[in-house]
Design a protein around this ligand. Structure first.
Ligand code: PMP
Length: 385
């Protein structure tokens, strides 16, 4: 059996989903091969519960929180929706940014549908940084509520200084949630140091299985008990439904593997990213990098090839997996809301490709991609003239 990446292909779409880590595969398969509902009191149930508890400790170890502060969910979409619902319902004010993932933006819009003035979007600069000085001004005019800002943007990799945002939020009596989906397992995150009240993560972005994630809820955080799912009372009533033991076991194993190798991986990935970026800048005339270069995730390149539609470039290089806009909205004719918020024209947004690298990216994938992209852009350009 080969690895998850086909020979002769470059998989550079880790922000959409990352290959499973071997540790996660082994833990999930082990759990699938055993029977047991984690809520059952018999031996089989207790063994399933032990797998879940182990994963809870592993996730807590990655975040530096206590296991009791981790609620398992079906992924970051659910974690974001839950965080906003339990905090907004308690506070009735929601401050976020226009570059958030739809799992925050659409959830925020839905929650505030009957009170649109409750929702404020902070300004974003041309380099993708959220204007945190505006946060203080906005919070001064409101009482309490919720601030929700992503730790890293999925399209550009641009990082937000969540520690500063948390300080502003708390000084104004607000709670803070961060969608850390693209950072967890890639850069160190310590929830105590960040001082956040809620944090969302998703296993499949850092080598765990798809369809499982978690919400960190700080013990003592000001929330209303408003679960999204009602039922059997699992996860102390916060998230009903039989626990996805195999998924959760895989999430835990990926968290532990990422914690151990993160430092070395981040350094290695940054070198590969810089190599791809410099080759593209050197060999494709007129291309431009989006997002503040010194405040980005190590594995992300958002690059605009002016006048060259991204979908045509991607179609011309099927052996390079990359993305135009975010995978969630790929196929939709709307341009990236993130790039538009940064001031790109609609045309430039449509000519932008995201490459995202991760734990299993190799230097031969980078060499292959660099050549394939240069060739594909030239091919599309010549077909257009
Ligand atoms: N937030 C961000 C920043 C993301 O990149 C994603 C995945 N594209 C999500 C939330 C949604 O995560 P999930 O796939 O686990 O629902």
């Amino acid at each position: 059996m080969g690895g998850p990446i086909e020979a002769g292909e470059s998989y550079l779409d880790y922000n959409a989903t990352a290959p499973l880590r071997p540790e996660a595969l082994a833990a999930s398969v082990d759990a699938m091969q055993t029977v047991g509902n984690a809520s059952s009191l018999h031996g089989a149930g207790r063994r399933a519960a032990e797998k879940v508890n182990r994963a809870r400790r592993q996730v807590a170890g990655l975040l530096n929180c206590s296991p009791g502060e981790v609620i398992f969910t079906s992924g970051a979409t659910e974690a974001n929706n839950l965080a906003l619902q339990i905090s907004y319902t308690a506070g009735r004010s929601l401050v976020t940014s226009p570059v958030e993932h739809p799992a925050v933006l659409a959830a925020a819009r839905a929650l505030t549908r009957d009170h649109p003035d409750d929702l404020v979007l902070l300004p974003v600069a041309a380099d993708g940084l959220v204007d945190l000085s505006a946060l203080d001004r906005v919070l001064a005019a409101r009482s309490g509520g919720t601030v929700s800002l992503m730790a890293a943007n999925n399209e550009t990799g641009v990082l937000t200084d969540i520690r500063i945002a948390a300080k502003s939020a708390h000084e104004a009596g607000a709670v803070i949630h961060t969608d850390a989906t693209q950072v967890i397992g890639r850069l160190p995150v310590d929830v105590a140091e960040l001082d956040v009240d809620f944090l969302s993560l998703s296993a499949h972005k850092f080598g765990g299985p798809q369809g499982v994630g978690a919400l960190y809820v700080r013990r003592g955080a000001r929330v209303l008990f408003r679960p999204l799912l009602h039922g059997g009372g699992q996860e102390r009533g916060w998230r009903a439904g039989t626990l996805n033991v195999a998924g959760i076991a895989g999430l835990g194993a990926a968290a532990e593997a990422a914690r151990i190798s993160m430092e070395e991986e981040a350094a290695r990935i940054a070198v590969l990213r810089d190599r791809l970026e410099s080759q593209l800048l050197r060999n494709v005339p007129g291309c431009r990098i989006n997002g503040r270069p010194d405040q980005r995730l190590p594995g992300v390149i958002s690059i605009t090839f002016p006048g060259v539609p991204a979908d045509a470039v991607l179609a011309a290089m099927p052996d390079v997996a990359a993305s135009d806009g975010s995978a969630c909205s790929s196929g939709a004719p709307t341009p990236s809301h993130v790039l538009l918020a940064m001031g790109l024209s609609r045309e430039d947004a449509d000519c932008t490709i995201r490459f995202s690298l991760g734990h299993a990216t190799t230097s031969s994938e980078i060499e292959h991609a660099a050549q394939a992209v240069v060739r594909a852009v030239a091919q599309v350009r010549s077909a257009m003239t």
